[in-house]
Design a protein around this ligand. Structure first.
Ligand code: COS
Length: 388
């Protein structure tokens, strides 16, 4: 039997996240977007309320929430502002490989660090010449005694300028392609250089930086999982975090739908509110269906993780569909607002800019299609470590 009814705990979690989004995020979101301000105080409040580090288990001081519960929170906070939610949620991306591959000591140290006080971690995978093609990365980690020495540069790193530590992917065997990549936890004050804060089209409240490693020495015990097994850790991480991006995209699409609905009831043309015109009704109808479908795919991808099932295919379905739906919904919301939609004074212009990143980060919509095609045409049945 399949039941989409939320439990009382899930409902109150969603309500808490919604209230936070409505009271703490929405009122300042457009100001933060305009100025590109780092939302430190909002992060602090989210951390105090327990809306950060959702999946860190209780034994390391976290709430130990499931991915399904995480998706409920992510949709609400993203409805408030997806840029601010990206900043709030980024620890989840950085800590997934620690949960999957870290030793007990590493988990205690680095997960505990984030739950004891407000600290941030970033996920360093992408490089200037290695975005979709992860195995093309050039950053190296060379073993010297009981240390690895890391050299290279990572770009588009969310929260990079504010992170206390980084989960970093580097080549430990340059000749072995994807089988020569390893993952490490690297503390910022070990000599990590924060190079550049990007000036972005959307999600302007989130911090996106270039991070450089010049002979950064990392203790060998900070290797996550086995040497040369980092590529799989990265893929398994993305299986776990793409449903979260899908949830965020659903939040943007829902915000776009709500703004368009309200405006269409107020705006009068040809003597009636434009909501009375079938041209507008059909736009609203399609937006509403796609919000619903995005949420259902997101919930399925997250629930599969909580059930310990491999969710690669559904995770990509959810991320691809919800991201494209968010972009479409934001575009249609601008259309419903007409010329006003193009003006910064009105709310949907920001959604239009924010939605675009949904189709880009954590794997473009084309990469999701590639995964979907491979999983559909040549399903993989390889075993993987227990779900974190
Ligand atoms: N879970 C576990 N293992 C996986 C996996 C998954 N989801 N996906 C792939 N693997 C394994 C494969 O089984 C294969 O294992 P073997 O070494 O035993 O053969 C290995 O990883 C390589 O897989 P594949 O051949 O599919 O690798 P590709 O180089 O073709 O890359 C894509 C696959 C393109 C899907 C991958 O590079 C990708 O997701 N790119 C996008 C990266 C991204 O999202 N970047 C955003 C930055 S993070 S914010």
């Amino acid at each position: 039997m399949v039941d989409f009814t939320l439990t009382d705990e899930q409902k109150s979690l969603r309500e808490m996240a919604h209230d936070f989004a409505a009271n703490e995020i929405r009122p300042v979101a457009w100001e933060y977007d305009r100025d590109g301000t780092w939302p430190q105080e909002i992060l602090r409040k989210a951390w105090e309320l327990g809306l950060m580090n959702n999946h860190i288990p209780e034994q390391y001081g976290g709430p130990g929430l499931g991915y399904f519960e995480g998706a409920l929170i992510e949709e609400e906070l993203s409805w408030g502002c997806s840029g601010i939610q990206t900043s709030i949620g980024c620890n989840g991306l950085a800590t997934a490989p620690i949960l999957l591959g870290g030793s007990e000591e590493i988990k205690k140290k680095y997960l505990g660090m984030l739950t004891e006080e407000l600290k941030l971690a970033s996920f360093c995978l992408t490089e200037p010449d290695a975005g979709s093609d992860v195995s093309g990365m050039k950053t190296t980690a060379v073993k010297k005694g009981d240390k690895y020495v890391i050299n290279g540069s990572k770009c588009f790193i969310t929260n990079g300028g504010h992170a206390d530590y980084y989960t970093v992917y580097a080549k430990t065997d340059k000749e072995a392609g994807h089988r020569g990549i390893s993952a490490f936890v690297v503390e910022r004050d070990w000599g990590v250089i924060v190079d550049k804060k990007e000036d972005k089209l959307g999600q302007r409240a989130s911090n996106t930086a270039t991070i450089t490693f010049n002979d950064v020495e990392v203790p060998a015990e900070n290797l996550l999982g086995e040497e040369n097994h980092g590529f799989k850790l990265a893929m398994m991480t993305l299986d776990r975090t793409r449903p979260g991006v899908a949830a965020m995209a659903t939040g943007i699409a829902r915000a776009a739908l709500e703004f368009a609905t309200e405006y269409s009831k107020e705006r009068v043309q040809f003597g009636v509110p434009i909501a009375m015109h079938q041209a507008i009704q059909f736009i609203i109808a399609d937006m509403a269906t796609e919000v619903e479908a995005s949420r259902l795919l997101t919930w399925k991808a997250a629930a599969m993780l909580d059930n310990g099932e491999r969710n690669t295919l559904v995770s990509s379905h959810a991320k691809r569909f919800a991201a494209d739906a968010a972009m479409k919904a934001a575009t249609e919301a601008v259309q419903v607002y007409g010329g006003y939609g193009f003006i910064k004074e009105y709310p949907v212009e920001k959604l239009f800019r924010d939605a675009k990143i949904m189709q880009l980060y954590e794997g473009t919509s084309q990469i999701q299609r590639l995964v979907i095609a491979r999983e559909t045409l040549m399903p993989r049945r390889a075993p993987e470590p227990a779900a974190a």
